[in-house]
Design a protein around this ligand. Structure first.
Ligand code: AMP
Length: 446
């Protein structure tokens, strides 16, 4: 016979109802992602503010594109044989059967938007700035995440060297405004559809004879993405690269002249750079100028702060009309880590000088209303509305460095008054609520 559940505890008293059991799981941020906690936000706010200022100064308009796009955009744009598409892209099929990808970089989405919104009809070039998360299924390690954030600038519709330089100049101005001075710009030209194929042919024949001296990854690159052979950081491969043919010897007249002018303008602007004839970048769409900015004088560290280049064929590849363009992206996590390494102080957001203290139900309600009125008057006010005791609220006000505490208890609420307490001297004065904002303004000016 089934046992009857006891309705009464010992001594006949009704037993307490049992709290239902919750099924629990242990959750952690997915590998390669990170939370940006409140204490970190000052770096992010500062960086965003500096980027917004640079965008205004150099005439870039902000554009926000979706974080996911049709996967074909990246296969075609970023390139089928790039590391991004081969190994790192996050793709998924929707319930409706669409094949989408989380954006691994900004440029293809921005070019899509340029075509889709008929921006070719605007005065050219169109200068666009974006900021936001990107996703790459990379091996997580220091400075390398699976979700990270990029600052991205593009100039679409100008073939001249001025735009190449302006992209570099904009990023240099951002780093300088952040007081970051110890960085190095590496620059190269990888030619165009006319001259690059001849170089690639010669490069392949050079490596063909030396395949036994390079790493397995480079042997894969030999078949799929030969320019990336030059990019390998493996010491064994670097020795082979050091004697490889250099693209600069193969540039056509147009590419050579373009690159010469880019370097001349950088010299005029006194922006120092190092010419690295083996810099190629990882993506398929680049033509002519490519560049990267690193923390140190060599490019063997954790990774570049930023990188970019010219991409004169991408708009056309997406069924747009032939439109030259240039752009670059910087990793926000890397810039922030650089700021911390250089021990650059970021000023804290100014804490409120006024703190509101409430007591009792009516006091709390009136305080919430008054708090709003202070905001409307542009006065920042601190609060700890969840704390019931005056002692604990005063302690927080003191810790936060408030100059003035406003105390609204049951008595004051009934009398439409409020106590103003000078947090330094401890002197208190009661005023009518309707006068408190002006009184606080007066005291803050003193
Ligand atoms: P890329 O287009 O790959 O050169 O990326 C541009 C910039 O984004 C780099 O210079 C880095 O600052 C940053 N970046 C790229 N990949 C990662 C990653 N996995 N984690 C953090 N930052 C990254």
């Amino acid at each position: 016979m089934p046992k009857k559940r006891k309705k009464h505890g010992r001594r006949g008293r009704p037993s307490k109802p049992r709290k239902p059991r919750l099924s629990k799981i242990k959750v952690q941020a997915p590998k390669g992602t990170h939370d940006i906690l409140p204490e970190e936000q000052k770096y992010w706010d500062k960086l965003r503010a500096v980027v917004a200022q640079a965008a205004t100064n150099y005439g870039f308009g902000r554009i926000d594109t979706p974080v996911f796009e049709d996967v074909r955009l990246y296969i075609k744009g970023t390139g089928q044989n790039t590391d991004i598409v081969q190994k790192e892209i996050y793709t998924f099929k929707t319930k409706g059967g669409e094949q989408l990808a989380l954006r691994p970089e900004f440029t293809p989405g921005i070019v899509r938007a340029y075509i889709e919104h008929g921006m070719k009809n605007l005065p050219q070039p169109v200068k666009l700035c974006s900021i936001g998360p990107v996703f790459r299924h990379d091996k997580p390690q220091a400075g390398r995440y699976r979700q990270f954030h990029q600052i991205n600038f593009e100039i679409i519709g100008d073939p001249t060297e001025v735009s190449d330089v302006q992209i570099i100049q904009t990023f240099v101005s951002i780093l300088k405004r952040l007081n970051l001075k110890k960085f190095t710009i590496f620059i190269n030209s990888i030619g165009c559809l006319m001259c690059a194929p001849k170089y690639k042919k010669n490069l392949l024949s050079y490596y063909k004879k030396r395949l036994n001296r390079v790493c397995p990854e480079c042997r894969r690159r030999f078949d799929k993405n030969p320019l990336r052979l030059l990019d390998c950081k493996n010491e064994k491969c670097k020795k082979v690269t050091n004697e490889a043919p250099q693209i600069l010897d193969y540039l056509c007249d147009e590419c050579r002249l373009h690159f010469k002018k880019v370097l001349e303008i950088l010299d005029d602007l006194e922006i120092p750079y190092i010419l690295n004839p083996y810099l190629v970048r990882g993506l398929d769409y680049y033509t002519k100028t490519v560049f990267e900015v690193w923390e140190d004088k060599d490019d063997s560290g954790q990774g570049a702060l930023l990188g970019g280049g010219r991409y004169d064929n991408l708009v056309e590849m997406f069924k747009g009309k032939s439109t030259p363009a240039v752009g670059a992206a910087a990793g926000m996590e890397r810039i922030i880590s650089f700021l911390k390494k250089q021990d650059i102080k970021i000023s804290e957001i100014e804490k409120p000088k006024v703190f509101m203290i409430q007591l009792g139900e009516l006091g709390k309600r009136k305080s919430l209303k008054l708090f709003d009125e202070f905001q409307r008057n542009g006065i920042k006010v601190g609060e700890a509305f969840s704390k019931p005791s005056i002692k604990s609220q005063l302690k927080i006000a003191d810790k936060e460095g408030a100059k003035i505490a406003l105390i609204l208890g049951q008595k004051e609420a009934l009398e439409d008054s409020i106590i103003i307490r000078d947090m330094v001297s401890g002197v208190q004065e009661t005023v009518l609520i309707e006068k408190v904002i002006n009184e606080v303004k007066k005291r803050l000016k003193q």
